[in-house]
Design a protein around this ligand. Structure first.
Ligand SMILES: [Zn+2]
Length: 434
């Protein structure tokens, strides 16, 4: 028997679950009032069950498993192997697995993104995996009705940020991330050339901003602007903003598009900074004109992180500042009345196809579309409430680590004292005492 809820026929089980739990919080991909989301959730649940049921045992011959799944699913080896690894990874993340079993909000694409990033670290360090499991589960738990689900790219960024804050002293290795390698290469194919450069994130962001600014100023393509700058023509001055919590010790930094950067790199960049601004003091700054000054823009990007449209991946430094209440209608130029939008979604708002309300406390945006639907778009910048809370967690973890290291060294000194050693014996590397 099927039960109708008005929009779509749910199966009896689905309707029963819906009536019993009637979830007050859910991601838009699990919206029980959205027919496409209901069908999508069904497909996701079946896909999740299938892979979980087909996971090979530890002693299974992987080639036989692959051959069988190729026949059963029609997918290629690469797709199947990464799906198996992604599902096996959940065994190392028991909290996330529990959440996923309940909500089934993560599709294979997102599970593969999680597995891909975790390949970087030593999963046998259980203390690391426990922190990752807890903070990733928190990141992927809905707190509002119909909020947008983080994209695979956002999940990757969050995971990288968590990994950067891990206590590496419990690991065998000094650093859970592989050493970065700078790289420059020009490759040719026919009459086309491909230029590849690997450098640090701050330099990469600076090049991106420089090229875009030069292109806009001279009304030329990005490639023409890049070539122009390489030939030493034109000069652009750029501002790189690095955000860092001042009330959290050893806090990671944050940059547009890059996301969080490790504390050591943040220290290096901060040492080169020409100006330091307190974002909290600028939060309520208001100016008379329509144009947004750089400091107010920095606050808005610090809150929103990127384009405010749910699921849009446009980074903060490429967004435009949008007056929620138009300036002409008396809307002030201040962070509370403004949001970052990419040029495309800025047009959607200007055309009246979408309007929005900003929650003044959380900075979440309630986007209301002309067809009557809505979505809650979560802010992704480091000044947003959720990110501030996460940074406090990181600060607490750093504090606990320092306490532990201090206690261990005290214990060692006490032991040495009891053994009658006031100073440690010289090692072979020490110079002779004369
Ligand atoms: Zn956008």
């Amino acid at each position: 028997m099927a039960v109708s809820t008005g929009l779509i026929e749910m199966t009896e089980v689905e309707a029963g679950l819906y009536l019993h739990f009637s979830p007050p919080v859910y991601y838009s991909v699990s919206n029980p009032h959205d027919p496409a989301a209901v069908r999508g959730a069904r497909a996701r649940r079946e896909d999740f069950r299938m892979w979980q049921n087909e996971l090979p045992s530890a002693d299974a011959d992987l080639r036989l498993t692959l051959a069988r799944l190729r026949r059963s699913t029609g997918h290629g080896d690469g797709y199947i192997t990464s799906a198996i690894f992604a599902h096996q990874r959940l065994e190392e993340l028991p909290r996330l697995k529990l959440l996923q079993r309940r909500l089934v909000h993560l599709d294979l694409h997102r599970l593969k993104a999680i597995d891909g990033v975790l390949n970087k670290i030593d999963a046998s360090v259980t203390a690391h995996m426990a922190v990752i499991d807890e903070e990733l589960t928190d990141f992927l738990t809905p707190t509002r009705a119909n909020q947008n689900l983080p994209t695979p790219g956002e999940i990757r960024k969050k995971l990288n940020a968590i990994i950067q804050t891990l206590d590496t002293s419990v690991s065998e290795k000094d650093d859970p991330l592989p050493d970065p390698r700078d790289h420059f290469e020009v490759g040719f194919e026919g009459d086309r050339a491909y230029i590849t450069v690997e450098t640090d994130a701050a330099t990469g962001l600076e090049i991106d901003i420089r090229v875009r600014k030069h292109a806009a100023a001279n009304n030329m393509s990005l490639v023409d602007a890049y070539n122009d700058l390489m030939r030493g023509e034109g000069n652009t001055s750029v501002t790189l903003n690095i955000y860092r919590a001042h009330d959290v010790e050893d806090a990671p930094g944050w940059m547009s598009d890059v996301g969080y950067i490790n504390p050591t790199f943040t220290d290096e960049l901060a040492a080169k900074a020409t100006r330091i601004r307190d974002m909290d003091e600028l939060k309520d700054k208001m100016v008379k004109g329509y144009a947004t000054p750089e400091d107010i823009k920095a606050v808005i990007i610090g809150f929103d992180g990127g384009c405010s449209e749910a699921d849009c991946s446009c980074p903060g430094h490429r967004t435009q500042m949008e007056h929620r209440v138009n300036h002409a209608d008396g809307g002030p130029t201040t962070a509370a009345n403004m949001a970052a939008f990419c040029p495309t979604h800025h047009n959607v708002k200007t055309d009246g196809r979408m309007t929005y309300i900003i929650d003044p406390h959380t900075r979440e945006k309630y986007l209301l579309y002309e067809d009557g639907t809505y979505v809650i778009s979560e802010p992704r910048g480091p000044l947003s409430l959720k990110e501030r809370r996460w940074l406090q967690t990181v600060g607490q973890r750093m504090h606990n680590r320092r306490e532990r290291v201090r206690k261990e060294s005290q214990d060692r000194r006490n032991l040495e004292k009891r053994a009658g050693l006031s100073t440690p014996p010289p090692t072979e590397d020490d110079p002779p005492p004369f």
